[in-house]
Design a protein around this ligand. Sequence first.
Ligand SMILES: [Zn+2]
Length: 431
Amino acid sequence: MSGNEEFYTALRKLISFRSVLSAAKPEMPFGEGVYSAYRYFMDLAEKWGFETINYDNYMGEIVYGEGEEIGIIGHVDVVPEGNGWHSDPYTLTEKDGFLFGRGLGDDKGPMLAVLYALKALKESGKKCSKKFRLFVGCDEESGWRDVEYFSRKYKFPTYGFSPDGNFPLSYAEKGITIIKFYLPALKGFYGLTGGTVVNAVCGYASVKIKGFNEMNKSQREEEKRRLAENKLTVTEDGVIESVGKSAHGSKPELGVNALKPLFEYFLSKGEDVGNVIDYLFNDKGGLKNLENGQGNVTLSPDLAEEKDGGIILTCDCRIPAPLNTSDVEKIIKTFGLKYTLSIKHPPVMVGKDTELVEKLLKAYNFVTGENAAPIAIGGSTFARVFEKGCAFGAEFPAEDAHLHEPDERISIENLEKLIDIYKTALFLLAE
Ligand SMILES: [Zn+2]
């Protein structure tokens, strides 16, 4: 830990706050834990001689330099620790060359590394040609209400990066559009329900068979046999269950959608769901062919419910820039299904040849000795608050940092590297 003692002392303290969202209190919109971590971070910045702005404890800003604005955004809130830790989640613990603690990689460690880099820049006395605006988020993990509060009155800079993703650097993030398809009620089934959230592949779905109780034994046996052929099971009271495998909405190909076998069964029983299977599950419309060289459009029917005498299938649709929702809608229109769509986030893309991307990548490659190129991702990071935003770190490609899991960790070697990367990046940008 040579040379960076001040960083580690501050990190130990920052990790010690259990900054998990809790009930709001006066002046503490996200509860006491988040407030304490936030206050500590802002006080530290003031102690290190920075100008700070407090947006009513929803978000903070730390400012340095004069010139073209570069935004940086991360957060000090964390997800709950959960079970299964081998050390106290809120005590920075060293073991076998690793540090452990909730928030080490997401996102307290990286945020502190950025502040520490700003401090080094300031103390170097070098002329700084940029105005760095470091935004300290407090609600990234729970609903982005910090961003919403700030955006009501103020504007983020156009260009910026977030140390809340992965190295080397993602220059593009897919947009998210939520599409709801409205189907008429089924003739032979009722009570269809499936999925938990729209951004996760439906891992479990169920539906009830109409008139199951009136069936005689042999009819029930016949139904069971046909269901088994479709890899479905039925309970004693006529509930068909389908088990798939959940996966993140940005990567539906990693999951198994539990709704698909149900709809295939509906079709085999004469229900009018052919279009649903063809277009929503088998991509007959060719949405996958819409791509930007780094990724393609995905459509995942993740939620099913019965409402107002019909069925609503809610789909998570991810769209890579420079494509947008209207490109997708041209295809959706041909499905012959009633739908509505709402744009959650438009796709984001920073030009690969912008000064920001070039210098950040140069810093990464300089410190690691790699020759990495920028990547595009399907997920969504804090970087999207900037119109031209990129995620830059802090998880290394070959690292298993256990983010959002027990034993969140980073190797000391990588932590030293990331401190160095952010320092190098800010010095390059300041030139
Ligand atoms: Zn994060």
